[in-house]
Design a protein around this ligand. Structure first.
Ligand SMILES: [Zn+2]
Length: 375
């Protein structure tokens, strides 16, 4: 049976360890130790090297005790967004909140705590399981780098369950968007703002015109776009020569993403042409979307496990990216399931303890259902 107090205690222990992206060394050491206590052999891959991180991904493997079964991997990421320095939490009935001026980090430490609690129960109750792998990944928040640089030759699992989604717990993610990062560098012409403004080309005005003409926000059911950062100019009295704009577009339909990104580029090119400026555009498709079918084994296992755990199943189409995008693109069928937190990436983030318990119950069932499958 899931031990709620132990689950919450694990979450608090993890919360207290500061682990922004790239600085997961301490938490990785702790998790490696926990997995070893549970009988896993543990390796670290070299995913941290390209990003100068403190560690690679922590990958634990344990041979199955059941005859047959499909080999599965459970995944959660070790890094959090910031601020988390001097982490403290407070309890409010069934809810755990941050102190109010920092991130709780339930995204994704609640996911790690849920996985560890499920593994402890499986160990204590000697529950039969197939081959099991655990990956606690690095640097998810800054660009899914742990998954991108993961050594997939170490992964022998056929289905991956990613514990990196808030609520409801019975969510089974069947599709996620592709994502374009777009950087616009506008180059105008500097000039004295008072003496010779007519000789200048104002790069900030070019960017403003481009953005004013742009379709942004929710474009349709599966497509979104945003301008997130703008910077330019050097002084109040100088016509700005340069302006940089960081934008993004996402869609669960790649063709629609292509259209949206092209539209955003055209807005900048038109505005630049109109004012005699130039624009340099850098588009980076940072990850690919995916669509799973209800017949896919990974989805079937998650749905059956939710039912057995008494959790209502919600087929979920997400607007966000996660390590699951990378795993699916690398040929590892992956779904994302709910952990029981809300308002991730905000100081209002909170986790619901009874829902984390349900998530751990569902996790135990995922392992049991996978063990019954014919590989
Ligand atoms: Zn996350």
């Amino acid at each position: 049976m899931i031990n709620k107090d132990r689950l919450v205690e694990t979450f608090i222990t993890l919360g207290k360890i500061n682990s922004p992206s790239g600085k997961e060394g301490v938490i990785a050491d702790l998790l490696e130790g926990e997995l070893k206590k549970l009988g896993f052999s543990v390796v670290r891959d070299n995913a941290g090297v390209p990003i100068n991180g403190e560690t690679g991904n922590v990958i634990g493997s344990k041979k199955g005790t059941a005859a047959g079964g499909v080999p599965i991997m459970l995944n959660a990421h070790m890094d959090t967004v910031t601020p988390t320095e001097g982490w403290e939490c407070k309890f409010d009935g069934d809810v755990i909140r941050s102190r109010g001026d920092m991130i709780l980090g339930a995204d994704d430490k609640a996911g790690i705590a849920v996985i560890l609690e499920a593994l402890r129960v499986i160990d204590e109750e000697k529950i039969q399981h197939g081959d099991l792998q655990i990956m606690f990944s690095i640097a998810e928040e800054t660009g899914l780098f742990g998954a991108k640089h993961a050594d997939v030759s170490l992964i022998t699992s056929k289905c991956v369950f990613c514990y990196d989604m808030g609520r409801p717990v019975g969510s089974v993610t069947v599709s996620a968007p592709s994502h374009d990062n777009i950087l616009f560098k506008v180059k105008g012409k500097a000039s004295h703002a008072g003496a010779r403004p007519e000789l200048g080309i104002n790069a900030i005005v070019v960017a403003s015109k481009a953005i004013a003409n742009m379709k942004l926000g929710r474009i349709d059911k599966e497509t979104t776009a945003n301008v997130g950062v703008i910077s330019g100019g050097t002084a109040r009295n100088v016509v700005p020569e340069n302006c940089e704009v960081r934008a993004e577009a996402r869609s669960r339909d790649t063709a629609k993403l292509d259209v949206q990104t092209a539209h955003m580029i055209k807005c900048f090119e038109d505005a630049a042409a109109e004012m005699g400026a130039t624009v340099e555009v850098d588009v980076n498709r940072s990850y690919l979307g995916y669509r799973l079918s209800e017949d896919d084994q990974v989805v079937r296992i998650a749905v059956e496990a939710a039912k057995r755990a008494g959790v209502e199943v919600v087929m979920h189409e997400t607007g966000g990216g996660s390590d699951s995008n990378i795993f699916n693109a690398k040929g590892l069928p992956t779904t994302v399931v709910g952990v029981g937190y809300e308002n991730a990436h905000a100081v209002e983030e909170y986790a619901v303890m009874s829902e984390m318990v349900q998530s751990a119950e569902m996790c135990v069932e995922i392992v049991k259902v996978a063990a019954e499958q014919r590989d």
